[in-house]
Design a protein around this ligand. Sequence first.
Ligand code: GLA
Length: 709
Amino acid sequence: MFVTLYTDKSQVTLTYDIGERPQIIYWGKRLRNTPENQLAHLGQRQYARGAAYEDIQPSLSNELGAGIYGSTGLLAHRAGKDWATSLEVTDVRQHSEQSLTINCYDPRAKIEAVYNIEIDIDTHVIVATTRLKNIGNSPLYLDWCTALSMPLDNRFTRLKSYMGRWSDEFRTQDIPNFRGGYIRENKIGRTGHDGVPALLALADGTTECCGDAVGFHLGWSGNNRVRVDRTIDARSFVHMGEYFFPGEIIIDPGQTYQSPPLYAAWSEQGLNGVSQSFHHHVMHSVLDGRIKDKARPVHYNTWEAVYFDITEDKLISLAEAAAEVGAERFVLDDGWFGGRRCQEKGLGDWYVSEEVLPNGLQPLVDKVRSLGMEFGIWFEPEMVNPDSELYRNHPDWILNAPGVEQVPFRYQVALDLTKPEVVEYLFECMSAVIGKYQVDYVKWDMNRDIHHPGSDGHAATHKQTLALYALMRRLRETYPNLEIESCASGGARADYGVLANTDRIWTSDSNDALDRQTIQRGASYFFPLPIMGAHVGPRNCHITGRELTMDFRAGTAIFGHMGIEADLSKESEEDRHILGNAVDLYKQHRELLHSGKFYRLDTVSYLNAVGVVSNTGNEALFSCAMVDGHPDILPVRLQLTGLLPERQFRLRLVWPKNPNSITQPSPLDHNDLLGEGRVFSGEALMNYGIQLPLMFPLTCLIYHLKEEI
Ligand code: GLA
């Protein structure tokens, strides 16, 4: 029997028989003229010499009981027995054309599995989970359970995955065709700097703008494993699931385990098509929708301006300077509480420090509000410095492996959120501040890897991660207007699991605009601009020592959720003026930037070009950063994408306001791009392109296109 889920563009088809293992036989373009049995006939395989007499069929968890060649999606046993699992269909329920549930049962291992598969009607994104129930009467040990064994069509020969480090997140790496397995394991208790649990697969010849591509993302902020296997039986599978420490998941009789959701998107329009599906899905289905229609306010964050050197006067003058350049939300970062005068102390003592703020927070909050800004504040709820009142009072509230030394990491250890009293303490402390000052926004940080995630001796990352989500949810339920940013030493907790409970990610601690060009482009494969924090840092970048112009810093921060994170009194008057202009430009275009379709352009390596085209196609903004010198005497033409070819657009350059081309007249002058602009067809802009002016490297040009009717 067959069951198909479909949207107008995409379809997934499964075969099943009651008492047999189910199987996905097709996922891709919607096939309008093809009865499902044609797919089954076309896919018929045969006996191969030197192999099993019958072709071994994959299933939704590629269980070991089937004798599959490649990697499995399920490792479960009863103290070493009943490991040859085989989940056979008992019931299939199609709830709609886009949603189904498949119930399976393993009569020997006594495991029930419920597979939920949905395909989003608007974004064509598949969301799949697996729930297991222990029907036996002894504990079931679960070592691995993926959301789904996801077949990867054999046209997808190349992979693109993430790597990175602190301050250099979302770097991508290309993996050419391979045999065997490609595996990423993360066991540090947070999503991590070096790899979002996500990857892309490309057909030969696929680029940003054209060709077949697919993307996968696990909605989970704890430990995870991502693997792709190409096996001897000429099949490929993507497996994504939680990484469990030994004994971490023992399902008691009658109890269940639910995998995190797998998100999968497919496109014929290159990697941009995959990203657009994911972006839309994040905005409409992953985020909880409370701030769906709210313009994302310009942030001012205090961290790089003052670090721990806080006084009320200083904060008030930062707020005044921020408001002057147009900031709309003031976020007080680390250092306002307990004995937290440096990294080594005070974490966990969540009360306003009288030492630095003898009048409390009220005067600052009042000032911020009187300047027309929202008020936000930093917490790092899951952590404690051993040098803190909290730790001295409750040394037993931390995650650890008994008798094993903690790995030293930013002078802090992780609290055990699986203990209700710990969560209660955090909720009370945070509530006291959020409630009293009507805090609009919490920057929720998490600044260490957790190497020994033990609670009462048992590995507990799974429970810890769920407890974290629950605490976030409880705060949002209690304070319905509260927004939360997910930060973890920059971008180490960016994933769809945390985004279901938060509103923004802090993309990276590097505010170096040159780094940010790459970081934001990398993040954009899975994360949309409205949730991607992008701040204008100081002229001298604190992380890299690089000195960058305000034009470049501000131009880079416009393509994201814009903010500022610098001591503005140290910026020149001219730079403050330029920043004010950039903030105005962001405000003018944020609706377009945050609602349109996002494109990465295929360009030469010394350019990083991205753009957003409105959903009706009548307006667009394209950013082209010159991230390096060009090898020829002049730079190339920039070919745009995503425009309707038959339409006419007025092209203008809107950033920088005073571009200094090295020689004059430049193409900007020829076409009066700083003034009235000139009208060009979509097809000319896409197929012929815009000759770029001769500029110094580290210039960020932003072109605006408006349909001319
Ligand atoms: C982390 C964050 C920074 C800042 C500091 C404060 O590193 O990523 O943005 O909040 O903590 O300690």
